[in-house]
Design a protein around this ligand. Sequence first.
Ligand code: NAP
Length: 249
Amino acid sequence: MARFTDRVAIVTGGGSGLGRATAHRLASEGANVAVVDLARDAAEKVAAEIAETGGTARAVAADVSDPKSTSAAVEEAAGGLGRPQVLVNCAGIGGFSHTLDESYERWSAIIGVNLTGTFLMCQAILPHLLDGGGAIVNVASNAGLMGQPYSAAYCASKGGVVNLTKALAVEYVKRGVRVNAVAPGGMNTPMIAGFTMPEGVNLKEFAKVTSPLGYSEPEEIAGLIAYMASDDARYMVGSVVSMDGGITA
Ligand code: NAP
């Protein structure tokens, strides 16, 4: 399949986990990919991996929670690769904590990256998408569709991503821009490997957010994202597609 030949795609969080898998998948289908990440070295490593496989990619360092940085990132991608037609918002942070112990700073950081960062990237790319069409795929989570214990900020941020996606979808559906979201369950990525349980937690409380199938691989979710970003999904608008091993079934 080569559904993205000569198209430019921007993938945030592209230096790791799902973003890395998505950057590879889109590049393998012909996209010229801007790999956007907070850490320039991580973005450069993934861009180099893509180049090694014969693809085209450009590393862009950016903090998605900073409006100046998101505007600069989109313009750098457009200047280097051409008009972006696809945006995949994978950048995210999380972690478990007792709500009573959550600091204002940590709450703000999670909302700032996951929700505000998604909004800022959408806002920055929209002028390009409106100039000829395009698609956005935001990354929500099962935690945006249900309560996950010890995850108030993360659940709030991902619930926000769900309805941000729907709001943008209805605002731009008549103007050639499709906006959708994917809602993965637990994925085998560095993010989840770095999680630690807060003190005194009974793991049985996590049964409802655990699939009997275990974790997905990021490449499995990347395949769904590629479909959603492609013309195959022409009629998919404002959808939130769960791929979570049955957690929200
Ligand atoms: P990951 O491996 O930690 O990748 C996230 C990437 O985002 C990292 O490269 C990280 O950079 C980058 N990032 C963090 N803050 C950023 C910022 N301010 N600006 C730009 N980039 C930033 O995590 P992942 O599991 O692939 O997560 C990808 C998405 O899937 C996230 O939105 C996450 O919430 C969502 N998700 C994950 C799971 C799961 O189980 N893993 C489940 C459902 C949904 P640094 O490493 O430098 O911080």
